[in-house]
Design a protein around this ligand. Structure first.
Ligand code: PHE
Length: 466
């Protein structure tokens, strides 16, 4: 074990960095659409309950494993005396690696849109789908080309991440989040004031505040479950790595509560921005989720609101900050692995990693529309299919790697290392872990069953995490 390991410089720095990891694209462009599908208030209640019952205990688990093992995600299991569980770490690192390849490219597209709204919003308004697909290399005349602009912005986005990571845990990551997270909250509030004061937004507000239980089905619950996992950055080595930089006197349970509360607050605020905004401008049935919705449909919302160009640029800036703080956490967990496990130097490994991430991520951007490369998939609903390679990359992580890594952690802690160790780790700060009894039941039984359900459903019905 390395006694000179980096540590967070302050409690608030750690909380903001971990919340920065959690708050990401998922909160802003997935949560509102899911909340709409799940009947507004009814979904919000289900989501919050899942975060409390499953999300928070799993985050406590990952942070404790990280702090006790004091190492990157692969070595942590060995340090805790269970080398045979290192495979969980390998799945986590590999999953984080693949996610970073595409998350960083999407971050690049977002960066492109910040500039696009600031400089030539009318071009987007003129034909928002054409603008988006043109950026991805599929043009209106039916021709395709290498999407150089998108790739160049992806390179810039990755370089930004690299600069922060090279500066280190407290000098780079913590500092960036201390500025980035408050900035993100301010942007959220400004956008919230804009959309809820649009004429016609009251219907949207009402929708989110009423409980339509007729819209709640089993798949609503799974959707909330997947959203909570992805949103809290669970099952990807991140919280193990971030926990490993946490001093012993920090109360893991209290910090987890704050991180989960911040992440959920941002998701709910995003819901209160998007749902009333879309109700007021495009009409309720236009609410969607994901990149297509954010890059294409929302253009019409900004076009039809006063000051839309400014608020459009601000919205993408918000997405940019959310993507940056998440992507930084992903890259950090891989860098921690490369420096500690492989013995590489921090600066060198960050630069090389960024180059490789960019290169593999090019496949993601190019197979959106420009290059017809396919992956292969098998599920219970559609049998063998050949999805676009970009979708294949997402399926691999969302449907296999994240749930398997999360399940591995649960089994490890619940049945091998034992929940008592987590209780001990939480109580190392001197405070009592008041829900220790409930925690043990959750981690041994409830959490593994819920994760198994996600894993099975993703193969039978194609429900996905992100
Ligand atoms: N939690 C992030 C989001 O909501 C996504 C993410 C996943 C970040 C994995 C880091 C690691 O978008």
């Amino acid at each position: 074990m390395d006694n000179n390991r980096s540590q967070w410089g302050s409690r608030i720095g750690f909380i903001l960095a971990a919340a920065g990891s959690a708050v990401g694209l998922g909160n802003i462009w997935k949560f509102p659409g899911r909340a709409y599908e799940g009947g507004g208030g009814s979904f919000l209640i289900i989501y919050v309950l899942i975060v409390i019952i499953l999300g928070a205990p799993l985050m406590i688990t990952e942070l404790s494993v990280g702090r006790a093992g004091k190492s990157n995600i692969v070595s942590t299991f060995k340090n805790l005396g269970h080398k045979e569980f290192s495979w969980v770490g390998w799945v986590g690192v590999l999953g984080a690696f693949i996610i970073t390849c595409y998350y960083s490219h999407v971050g690049g597209w977002v960066l492109r849109y910040v500039f696009a709204y600031a400089l030539h919003a009318p071009e987007i308004y003129a034909d928002s789908p054409a603008y988006f697909y043109d950026m991805l290399g599929a043009h209106a005349d039916g021709t395709t080309s290498i999407p150089w602009v998108a790739l160049a912005f992806a390179a810039a986005f990755i370089a930004l991440n690299g600069i922060v990571i090279i500066k280190g845990v407290s000098g780079g990551i913590e500092k960036f989040n201390k500025f980035g997270m408050p900035a993100l909250f301010i942007m959220l509030i400004i956008l919230l004031i804009r959309t809820v004061t649009l004429p016609g937004s009251a219907e949207g507000l009402k929708y989110l505040l009423t409980f339509d239980w007729s819209k709640v089905t089993f798949s609503t619950i799974l959707s909330a479950l997947g959203q909570a996992f992805y949103s809290l950055s669970i099952g990807m080595a991140i919280m193990i790595t971030y926990g490993s930089y946490l001093p012993k006197n920090e109360n893991i349970a209290k910090n987890t509560a704050l991180i989960c509360a911040m992440d959920t607050l941002v998701a709910i605020l995003a819901g209160f921005i998007i749902v009333p905004g879309v109700f007021a401008t495009l009409g309720a049935d236009q609410i969607g989720k994901g990149g297509g919705f954010a890059f294409v449909s929302l253009a019409q919302m900004f076009q039809s609101m006063p000051g839309g160009r400014f608020f459009g640029a601000l919205f993408y800036l918000l997405l940019l900050f959310a993507a940056l703080t998440s992507c930084i956490s992903l890259i950090e967990s891989i860098v921690a692995f490369l420096t500690e496990k492989m013995g590489l130097e921090r600066k060198k490994s960050t630069i090389w990693l960024c180059v490789v991430l960019f290169a593999i991520g090019c496949l993601y951007t190019c197979t959106q529309a420009a290059i017809p490369m396919k992956g292969i998939w098998l599920d219970g609903t559609n049998g063998v299919t050949f999805p676009a390679f970009c979708d294949f990359m997402e399926y691999m992580t969302d449907r296999i790697m994240i749930p398997i890594c999360a399940l591995g952690c649960c089994i490890f802690v619940g049945w091998v290392w034992k929940p008592e160790q987590v209780v001990k780790e939480v109580e190392a700060c001197g405070d009592k872990f008041r829900i220790a009894g409930i925690y043990k039941i959750l981690i041994k039984f409830i959490a593994p069953v819920a994760i198994l359900m996600i894993l099975i459903m993703s193969f039978t019905s194609g429900i996905t995490l992100s």
